[in-house]
Design a protein around this ligand. Structure first.
Ligand code: T1G
Length: 655
């Protein structure tokens, strides 16, 4: 078996007259310029070598090919471009097979689609997720995939950016086989039975005809989820085009669209989010710190938050001990947790075996002593300093010395709680967002005395819970609620200055928020912020601008949707502009002799973005947030900031 090298990342070996070409470009075998050049050289070699009867492409490590090299976007293109490599594969006079050993995503799947045969490992993941980056496939995906699996199925995968298993890929007809632990040998055997005369070139297949309703339904479903993003609509247009357009024309239109989208603001924002998510869980100096072993998670309080956290922990494979104040409360807590799991079964996200496995790892009790077995205890009790402090002091007498204690508080100071306990170094904040088993965002609060391995353990736990961890220092409201408070304060200043709630909400929804700020306020209830403002009244700086309108609404019993009236009226459960509120706003302005001014939607958005970004800068300079992109992730994943705008820090920077 002679070894050949075609570039730093492309090597090959001749086995039974088959040239096995291995892509080795850690960490995900992205299609960098070096990979593309090496592949071209390997294909040239295969074509002219008498002793090569066929080619097998495979990847080193866990990926087949993780896609085009996103880090090259925005830089001058380097030959050979991916479409050239892909055409070379498809047009090679000898059979080429893909041994899909791992992730085949984006350009990676496009390379596989140009091959004449495809076998996948059972663990392989396949997809064309380009729309998640604000672009469309740019190397044949929208034209070759429908030729293999039909228009409706191709729209479903491409316009939703859906990633599928090897089994589903086989069912759909994307791969010819799923092979166990002899993938390479099976692929070599397969390609040896493929004669040059019977090469199946995906690009020359015609798109199978199918019912228009199925195609239209797939398109409508994808557009509904797209929430105004351009790429999904463009992907649908290109996939539909494949059925009526010769391959080369379709490829040209796809490439033109890809380049236009790749250079768009929306794609720049989504690429920023992609890399931000991968930077988020990294903390300077923690790389060498080993996290503690966590198998059993204790949760004190199985109410709304506690039950969600319990489900997340059960989904993460942990044993869970829930604790309540009484046997009756414990039974209710267990029912709440089981109810959430049942809902997952009903929606097909969990099967019966999974449900049984989770329930077998769950205990809910009134006996606090059972927490002696826990490796970490997360408290999700009433957000009161005394309650939480006394609970942790009690836990000090029950849990092991190396058990971590985590508080889920949203607003209290975890340093105060920690300093009242025997071992403050084992205390960390885990601020979940409700519903805790659904929302990905988890603020990991690094308290003053939190030990490095406790922080490392919290981050490892977050990842296993499938959460997006963002580390926050200690300040009131941590990162998310600090920015949200600044954003809400600025919006109320604008109300006093002349804007109306619905004008601000429409501007935000047009910008991309799923719901405007005042609509969210009414849904969450005004009384929580009112209570906090009253708590802070004594310490508020006398010169600080203060808007009384929200207080006036609460004093009038207008606590939001649940009281039928808040910033809006809800006469029939539907949100309506309320002239009474407008009158209250006008009266408040008159008391301060404010002559109301008109704000355009763009002025509203610009002013709110600036308020968020200014608060973000304060958090960065105060060491509360480690990087601007962390702040973007918190606002996108916890507060509805549109991902295709990149987050407040990114968006403010682009303006
Ligand atoms: N390009 C460059 N770097 C990438 C990359 C890519 N495509 N994918 C991952 N990385 C980096 C990532 O930033 C991180 O870097 C490290 O690899 C590990 O990533 C022409 C134009 C493949 C499933 O959208 O989904 O092809 O932080 O933590 O959890 O039509 O990475 O270590 O410095 O995610 O094992 C389409 C994106 C591109 C797939 C592996 N492809 N990647 O998950 O590792 S556009 C994608 C992923 C395209 C074509 C178009 C995942 C993964 P660092 P990771 P992982």
């Amino acid at each position: 078996m002679s070894a050949l090298r075609f570039s730093d990342t492309i090597s090959a070996a001749l086995t039974e007259a088959i040239l096995v070409v291995t892509i080795d470009n850690a960490p995900v075998n992205a299609l960098s310029a070096n990979v593309r050049a090496g592949l071209m050289a390997a294909l040239d070699h295969a074509e002219k070598s008498e002793d090569v009867a066929g080619v097998v492409l495979t990847g080193a490590g866990n990926s087949f090919i993780g896609g085009a090299d996103i880090k090259e976007f925005g830089k001058p293109p380097v030959e050979p471009l991916l479409p050239e490599v892909i055409s070379r594969i498809e047009a090679l006079g000898k059979p080429v097979a893909a041994a899909i050993n791992g992730a085949a995503l984006g350009g990676g799947l496009e390379v596989a689609l140009a091959c004449h045969r495809r076998l996948a490992a059972p663990t392989a993941k396949l997809g064309l997720p380009e729309v998640k980056l604000g672009i469309v496939p740019g190397a044949g995906g929208t034209q070759r995939l429908p030729r293999l699996i039909g228009t409706a199925a191709a729209i479903d995968l491409i316009a939703n950016g859906r990633i599928i298993s090897a089994t589903e890929a086989k069912t759909l007809g994307i791969v010819d086989g799923v092979s166990g632990d002899a993938l390479l040998a099976d692929t070599i055997a397969d390609i040896k039975t493929t004669s040059a005369a019977s090469l199946r070139c995906t690009g020359v297949l015609s798109v199978p005809s199918e019912a228009l309703e199925a195609i239209d339904k797939a398109a409508a479903d994808a557009l509904r989820k797209a929430r105004g993003q351009r790429a999904p609509a463009e992907a649908i247009r290109l996939v539909r085009l494949a059925a009526t357009t010769p391959l080369q024309e379709g490829l040209a239109e796809e490439r033109r669209t890809f380049i236009e989208l790749r250079d768009s603001e929306e794609a720049a924002a989504l690429r920023h989010v992609f890399f931000a998510e991968r930077a988020a869980g990294k903390v300077e100096g923690l790389e060498a710190i080993a996290p503690r072993k966590i198998e059993t998670v204790g949760i004190v309080g199985t109410g709304l938050m506690g039950s969600g956290i319990a489900v997340a922990a059960l989904n993460g494979g942990y044993r869970v001990i829930g604790v309540e104040q009484s046997a009756q409360a414990a039974e209710k807590g267990r029912d709440r947790i089981a109810g959430l799991l049942d809902k997952a079964v009903q929606t097909g996200r969990l099967d019966a075996a999974g449900l049984e496995d989770r329930l077998s790892r769950l205990a809910v009790t009134a006996d606090m002593q059972q927490l002696a077995e826990a490796d970490i205890v997360i408290e999700a009790v009433f957000d009161d300093l005394t309650v939480k402090t006394e609970l942790f002091q009690h836990l000090d007498t029950i849990v092991r010395a190396d058990t971590i204690l985590a508080t889920n508080t949203s607003y209290l100071d975890p340093n105060v709680i920690a300093s009242a306990t025997q071992r403050p170094e084992r205390i960390v904040g885990l601020h979940f967002f409700s519903p805790a088993h659904i929302m990905r965002l988890l603020e990991v609060v690094n308290c003053k005395q939190t030990a490095p391995d406790v922080l490392a353990t919290a981050l490892a736990l977050a990842k296993r819970l499938g959460k997006l961890p963002v580390v926050s220092g200690v300040t009131e409201g941590f990162i998310g609620n600090s920015i949200f408070s600044a954003y809400r304060r600025e919006a109320e200043y604008m109300i006093e200055d002349g804007a109306l709630p619905h004008e601000i909400d429409v501007a935000l929804e047009t910008y991309g928020f799923p719901m405007g700020l005042f609509a969210v306020y009414d849904m969450a209830g005004l009384e929580i912020a009112w209570a906090r403002r009253k708590r802070q009244a004594a310490s508020r700086h006398p010169t600080e601008r203060y808007v009384v309108i929200a207080d006036r609404l609460c004093e009038a019993g207008r606590f939001g949707q649940k009281s039928g009236r808040g910033w809006y009226a809800y006469p029939d459960g539907k949100r309506r502009i309320d002239p009474e509120v407008t009158a209250m706003i006008e009266a408040a302005r008159a008391e301060k002799n404010i002559a109301p001014k008109h704000f355009t939607a763009d002025e509203i958005v610009a002013r709110l973005l600036k308020a968020m970004a200014d608060e973000g800068e304060t958090l960065l300079s105060g060491g509360i947030a480690a990087r601007a992109s962390d702040i973007d992730l918190v606002m996108i994943n916890g507060y509805g900031f549109p991902a295709n705008k990149g987050g407040p820090m990114f968006a403010a920077g682009r303006r």
